[in-house]
Design a protein around this ligand. Structure first.
Ligand SMILES: Nc1ncnc2c1ncn2[C@@H]1O[C@H](COP(=O)(O)OP(=O)(O)O)[C@@H](O)[C@H]1O
Ligand SMILES: [Mg+2]
Length: 314
């Protein structure tokens, strides 16, 4: 494995299965022989330890940010699964509700220096800057959506806010901050409200702005997993959302597959027995395995294209 990869799991709404997917995917990667660290960055509601059946962690990101713990290795908690350890978001720390961007970058850089093949980040609900920034700082962005209007709506909002946030961060490096800042204000006079309108606006400006926006479109390709699928009709939501993103946002989203609604998932939390470890042959884990293979395949293709896709440093 030539390069460590960070995968972040987000998607706007709570209760859709972000932690289920992130936790069990971490297990599947570890079972395939990779060294994996699961980072629980649901800062207000960290509960990955419960999914993994380990005791509530004492220390986590709050202590690292507060420089109480200097060596991030000290935050690693072993799990029962060989090759898998956990770093917790830990305490309900109000002090980290509004992290500075440099603090977030410092934390992600420290994660990157750890000895692991994959780092899987589980994010909280909502589109707060912390959540969106950690999502963007990862190498691969994966959204979990369920086929319900509220989740779909939140997912679109999450895509929009993430794209706008990326534009905000990267415009500084491109000398376009003064162009971007007024557009991103809610009361912007240019009527730019969607990613498509933003893209059109930059394209109209031409020159450097066009080059910039093209790069941003190419480096923003979130992936999507459809969870809690009960019917064939539900299954269609994934491809339909992909189509809608292209049509209304001008943005590409990659659909990675779906996972059925299955009561065994709830049971596994109640029993504190992660499904991928306890019942590796059940339907949702088989489906997650396929998704995992898709993610790994996509990553190989991405690595092949990496020289033409220059993602600017966030
Ligand atoms: N595919 C599924 N089938 C049935 N229940 C599910 C599925 N995915 C998640 N759940 C249930 O939804 C609850 C919330 O999942 P969780 O991963 O904690 O969501 P999030 O992290 O997005 O808030 C879980 O406790 C589990 O019982
Ligand atoms: Mg969660």
């Amino acid at each position: 494995m030539e390069q460590k990869r960070i995968w972040a799991f987000g998607g706007g709404k709570g209760g859709v299965g972000k932690s289920f997917v992130a936790g069990n995917l971490g297990i599947l990667l570890a079972q395939s022989g990779y060294n994996v660290i699961l980072a629980d960055l649901d800062l207000g509601g960290a509960n990955m330890h419960t999914w993994l059946g380990v005791n509530s962690p004492m220390k986590g990101i709050s202590e690292f940010i507060g420089r109480e713990v200097h060596n991030i290795k000290k935050l690693l908690i072993p799990t029962d699964i060989p090759g898998l350890s956990l770093i917790s978001g830990a305490k309900d720390g109000v002090e980290i509700a509004n992290l500075k961007h440099t603090q977030k970058r410092r934390f992600i850089s420290a994660l990157r220096r750890l000895d692991a093949d994959y780092i899987v980040i589980d994010l909280g609900a909502g589109t707060a800057y912390n959540t969106v920034d950690f999502f963007l700082l990862a190498d691969s962005q994966v959204m979990i959506v369920i086929p319900e209007p509220t989740s779909i709506e939140n997912a679109y909002r999450f895509i929009k806010n993430s794209f706008f946030r990326q534009i905000f961060h990267n415009s500084q490096n491109f000398g376009l901050k003064s162009v971007v800042t007024p557009i991103l204000r809610k009361d912007n006079p240019h009527n730019v409200n969607t990613p498509k309108e933003l893209i059109d606006y930059f394209n109209k400006l031409g020159g450097r702005a066009t080059v910039f926006i093209e790069e941003q479109i190419h480096s923003f390709i979130p992936k999507m997993i459809l969870n809690q699928v009960r019917t064939e009709r539900d299954q269609m939501v994934g491809p339909a959302m992909k189509k809608a993103c292209l049509k209304y946002f001008n943005l590409d989203v990659k659909f990675m597959g779906h996972i059925a609604y299955d009561e065994s998932i709830r049971k596994s939390v109640l029993e504190r027995q992660p499904l991928a470890a306890a019942y590796p042959d059940c339907v949702p884990i088989k489906q997650l395995n396929k998704i995992c293979a898709n993610l790994l395949k996509d990553e190989k293709e991405f690595a092949g294209n990496n020289n033409i896709l220059s993602k600017l440093a966030l």
